[in-house]
Design a protein. Structure first.
Lengths: 509, 124
């Protein structure tokens, strides 16, 4: 009995690192299983994410009981060793990534057999788990160089889950993404060098302490570092002027990859950027350079232009991809507002948008899987043939527009209150305008899908139009239903996730 | 004027690293040949590595193998170690980019990004 207790205590002590390690270990086992027992791959991949989610649950319990947890790698105390810090924002991201990626992969187990070649399916799980693991690492790491390494793992695996489909659009989109994200990580590494030069540390807390002292000795180093971090993270998070890689990448990828990239990957960089701004750079620096105002401007441009570009798209996945650019703008708007309400709205929108956008991409994927169409004009009347898929699509679209009862309403409400709290009503107008624009491009799809007119032939009889529709498999229907119900649930009871968000905001402001 | 030149000479490693960085970045952005883009990316990465390593360098110091009883300055080994990881990462990104370019060449028959754009826009 005592042995079991010992093992439980051991797991509990090491749970911050196990969250990441489990995924990395399983990732490298996948190709072996793909050769040996092919049918085990999918259940094992799901198990590993579930295990990681289990450790996240353990961490949640511990953090709520006794405050943020610091974990020293190999018992090397910082500043020498790498440190993981599980605080409320890290926890919030762990929960978001764990739940959403589990649902997406459940959907993917069925969808991938259709979209990918037989021999690369095992490798897809490797890349997917690496991506999830590196994002979880990014959420809780407290060390700059460790952050860089996780960013590169995330970048390569994110590019690879696009190009794995190996038709030429995917390869081209993936190469574009790879080159731009290499510029981004290059900038980040250079700014790590600049910060290391003046402080001699890589641990977030030690750098913060160091920067307080040297801010006026080496202001140029710190300003250039801030600029390069901003460049790097804006490229990665696809904020407006540097979003060019996103539409191709997110629309051509296999549907589970699109859901993953749009739902989670671009958000994690926003969170890491927020952590750097708040916990590493001294607050005095922002009196020299108004970085938060710059973020606000870029965010509102992202919101408006993303929505406008989305309106003119013909391909449904491309439209969703442009819509993601608008939605990442909301997250950055929350960061830029810098008021408790605004930041809560921005962070809450990370969780809410992860749910709705992955749901929308997955339902688009289900439509492509079952009906084989992806042009918006071909979707007329499809709601009657695929009621479940179009019902969740409708919920997602309503949440995007921000209709009450859906979760999108709650985060937009917080953001709107945040703009008033900050005394910047202009951005309230931006939020309202973008909600209207969202309605302009989402509602015609829904109306067409459910009330699309039937053609009549010359004898006045109705003609079945549109493609033949396959039956929706269980593995696709269940995650879609869960996500759809989740959107409503978190619209009615936002308090469940707000407990974590409020504490995360309390850490910063 | 001479003062500026002297200060630049003092920081010659940083200066060279920055020049290389700009060359790499310029190549990456302006050349339409995909292989040259990857080369530019590598020059850029190398510039960052040089910059990082030169942070830890101390003139006249030796490698940090401590001999008891001998008083001498040591260079900082940490940036070198970090950059070892950085090089591995850069190599894998390069390999991945090149393999993608091979696939593009197979389907388009050209390495020129603008040519590929032109072919794609002519397709229905």
């Amino acid at each position: 009995m005592s042995h079991i207790n010992q093992i439980i205590a051991l797991l509990q002590d090491h749970s911050p690192v196990l969250v990441v390690i489990v995924l990395l270990v399983f990732a490298y086992m996948m190709p072996l299983f793909a050769r040996w027992k092919k049918e085990w791959c999918a259940p094992l991949a799901l198990t590993s994410i579930a295990l990681s989610l289990g450790f996240t649950g353990l961490l949640t319990w511990e953090v709520f009981a006794s405050g943020p947890i610091r974990y020293e790698m190999g018992s090397w105390a910082p500043p020498w060793g790498i440190e993981f810090l599980v605080d409320y924002i890290g926890l919030f991201m762990l929960i978001t990534i764990g739940i959403i990626s589990l649902l997406i992969l459940t959907f993917g187990t069925e969808d991938l057999t259709h979209e990918l070649k037989e021999k690369v399916q095992g490798w897809y799980y490797t890349l997917y788990l690496l991506l999830v693991g590196s994002m979880m690492g990014l959420a809780i790491t407290n060390d700059l160089f460790n952050m860089f390494v996780f960013m590169e793992i995330a970048a390569i695996s994110a590019c690879a889950i696009i190009s794995i489909k190996s038709d030429r659009e995917c390869v081209e989109a993936s190469l574009k993404y790879l080159i731009l994200s290499a510029v981004g990580t290059g900038g980040v590494l250079l700014s790590i060098a600049l910060l290391y030069m003046v402080t001699g540390h890589l641990n977030f807390d030690f750098i913060a302490a160091g920067l307080e002292n040297v801010l006026y000795v080496y202001p140029n180093n710190i300003l250039v570092a801030l600029a390069l971090f901003t460049l790097g993270f804006i490229v990665k998070a696809a904020l407006f002027p540097l979003h060019v890689w996103l539409p191709d990448a997110h629309s051509s990828a296999p549907s589970p990859s699109s859901a993953m990239l749009s739902g989670l990957v671009i958000k994690i960089y926003a969170v890491v950027y927020l952590k750097l701004l708040m916990r590493v750079f001294p607050a005095e620096l922002f009196t020299i350079i108004p970085i938060f105002d710059i973020i606000l401007i870029l965010a509102s441009m992202s919101i408006i232009f993303g929505s406008i570009f989305a309106m003119v798209q013909k391909d449904i996945k491309r439209m969703l991809a442009y819509s993601s650019i608008a939605q990442i703008g909301y997250v950055f708007l929350g960061i830029g507002l810098l008021t408790p309400m605004g930041l809560s709205g921005g962070l809450l929108h990370i969780f809410n948008h992860a749910m709705m956008k992955s749901m929308l991409f997955l339902s688009a994927g289900a439509i492509i899987y079952c009906a084989g169409v992806r042009n918006i004009s071909d979707l007329k009347g499809i709601g009657l043939k695929m009621p479940l898929v179009m019902a969740v699509f409708t919920i997602g679209a309503l949440a995007m527009v921000g209709i009450p009862v859906t979760n999108g309403f709650i985060s937009k409400l917080y953001l709107a209150l945040g703009t008033l709290e900050a005394g910047k009503p202009f951005y309230l107008a931006v939020i309202l305008a973008s909600s209207l624009l969202n309605a302009v491009y989402y509602f015609p799809i829904i109306i067409g899908a459910f009330f699309g007119h039937h053609h009549h032939d010359e004898y006045g009889e109705e003609v079945e139009e549109g493609p033949k529709v396959k039956k929706l498999p269980m593995a696709m229907g269940v995650p879609l239903t869960i996500l759809g119900l989740g959107c409503i649930f978190f619209g009615l009871f936002p308090g469940v996730i707000m407990i974590v968000v409020e504490r995360a905001v309390g850490m910063f402001l | 004027m001479i003062e500026v030149a002297l200060r630049l000479f003092e920081n010659k490693y940083f200066l060279v690293a920055m020049i290389l960085f700009i060359i790499g970045f310029h190549t990456l952005l302006t050349h339409s040949n995909l292989i040259k883009k990857v080369i530019g990316m590598n020059i850029m990465d190398t510039a960052i590595f040089l910059f990082f390593v030169s942070i830890g360098y101390v003139d006249g110091a030796v490698a940090p193998i401590i001999e008891p009883g001998v008083e001498q300055a040591y260079i900082n080994p940490l940036p070198t170690v970090l950059i070892l990881t950085g090089i591995v990462v850069a190599v894998s990104v390069t390999a991945f980019a090149l393999s993608l370019i091979v696939k593009l060449y197979e389907s388009y028959g050209t390495l020129d990004a603008e040519e590929i754009m032109r072919i794609r826009s002519n397709e229905p």
